[in-house]
Design a protein around this ligand. Sequence first.
Ligand code: ATP
Length: 665
Amino acid sequence: MSLVPYNNDSLILKDSSSKSLMIVNPSLGELSYFKKIITPRNNEPKFDQFLDEEESITEEKDIASYVCPQCGTEIDTSSQNRKLPKYSNNRRSSKQPSEFNLSRRYFRLLQDTFTQQALPTIAAESNKFPTFIPDDLFIPGYFRKFFTTLSLLGTGARGSVFKVVHKIGDTDLGIFALKKISIGNDMTWFNKCIREVKALSSLTHRSVNLITYNHVWLEMDASYGLTMQNEEREKIPCLFILQQYCEGGNLEDCILIDIFKKFPEKISSEERKKRFRQMRRDRHNGSIKLGLSTIQILSIIRDIARGLHELHDIGIIHRDLKPSNLLLLGRYKVPDSRLQNDNGEVNGNDSREQENDFPTVVIGDLGESQLAGESRVGTGCTGTLEFTAPEIIITNPSNNAKEMKYNEYTFASDMYSLGMICYFIVFGELPFDPMLDIPDMRRTVKKFQVHKEDMILLHQNKSLKPIDHRIFELIESLLSNDVKRRPHAKQVEEILNHILLEVDDDRTFSLGRRSSITPLDDCFDEFEDEHIQKTSFNEDQVEEDDDDEDKLALTTTRAKINMASEEEIEIYTKYENHNTKSLAENEKQSHFISQFPNLSAYSNVLLPLALLLLWLDPTEIIINYFIIFLLGISYGIRDTMAKYIKIIMLVLLIIRLSKKYIIMS
Ligand SMILES: Nc1ncnc2c1ncn2[C@@H]1O[C@H](COP(=O)(O)OP(=O)(O)OP(=O)(O)O)[C@@H](O)[C@H]1O
């Protein structure tokens, strides 16, 4: 047994034979007991499992974990070195990258102990602001006692999210995200806000792809920001929700800023310089391929589908799935463009790993969630219009002639949002004009339809990194207006596991053209109808509904950081404008081209037809040879150009035929 001095006059008694620790704190008169737990050699952590001494000794080199039998907190000194397999199928194997996995029970215990000491202040604080919330629900001073603010992470519709460090005395016990929502004296608002906590706490196990919730409490605080020590500001009741901190920020920022290089004003000046240098290199090489790789897209969508699968399994519909509500556990590392070839693919094994790497995505912000079967009117909440399934916006006449009834949110409406997220991560934008006002946006969302062929064409015209075409099929089925066609979360998860394995096995595949790839349709099982509520609608309803008052909110993009000099901003704005302009031109061009019927099917007919004309009337031999020449080269060039040539050819043939048979006669 060894005795080690610890923080705040505490002592640690370590007993190697029983693999346990006793932390003695004489000033508080407290004793804490920790016992070592173990994880199997295959690196899959196992929770709450105590092993006997013999096993502990044999595994001693691999693990160093202690768990508190009282609060369940795990101290895991080896967690930082432990890496999970990249494409592991285990849904419960993730661990926070912090040294301490502080459980919900830990914070509860901490709160109980603290409340006993703080009882006299509770009544005094809440008396200053008359509220419907009972006095004993407030924990005054809890935030200041145990947390220090590091930065503001973001601001949403309900409140602000801060990066905080949890401290006991001088000891840092981990980084967390703390959402602060001002409640005031509004009970309805309070009930809406607490939905998030209810949804999060109904998850009984730690999930890899859902945000981990640690604690919730009420405290009097300023309506904005976080009050510092001794700061005197008017205080109102606020709800504090402590959650897992996601180092990589949200998916929206990552896709727009890191992947599609938009909003240069949002990145630090150092990052901007790096980007500028890279841009110069790219320009020199003559290739700038933006976008994610197949593996990255598949792993992002699979992460989200997994999280959704877990939520749907316990009967929760998220209702507000969008890129800003998806968080990245780690930071995205931008691959070095020096290693890219002309297709935007990266050469060499390590660099290919780097190109295909993407941090784990977790679903956050369950503030709009509801239980399946619950009425949406009862929740009083609304989602974000661009990601909302069309059937949710369309109203049906109710028994009362004056009233219109909205369709309820379903698991299938979450799947539509997943489809729109998938579109966004592939193209770096949504298929709608972002400048539309709300009624126009509603109309557009209701009429929106997307086809695989159009997406492939758009993708080619934007010169993005080539990707597996099954991704477009998946988007098409998820964004289908027919809810029965949308796969459910479990199916998407399974399909993507399957494709990822296939892609991983054969990294040298020729995209979308491999004979060995399994078509997406074959990956789908029969859809299980119990997961899908039928909420169909027709064209008339779309028209009828256009005049309805809008109740859904639009997303807003907010500028967050501006650390650049004026000169730098100018350079980057020019670069950005140039990029945006060429993207817009590409898009316009592709829309124009897609107006024409697909002529590729006629290519094989045109050649014999041209030969026939040549044989029928050899006098205008030049035109005939020209037709054959055009047909020949149209096979060997880019799709867009080929379309133009085929159009010219067709026109020439029509002139030729009409001259021969109509005008001549
Ligand atoms: N756990 C977290 N770790 C890191 N960043 C976070 C975390 N939670 C939220 N954020 C950041 O804060 C932003 C706002 O948070 P959040 O969306 O939860 O607030 P909200 O009020 O629910 O917003 P909205 O209603 O508009 O969706 C997120 O987009 C993200 O950038």
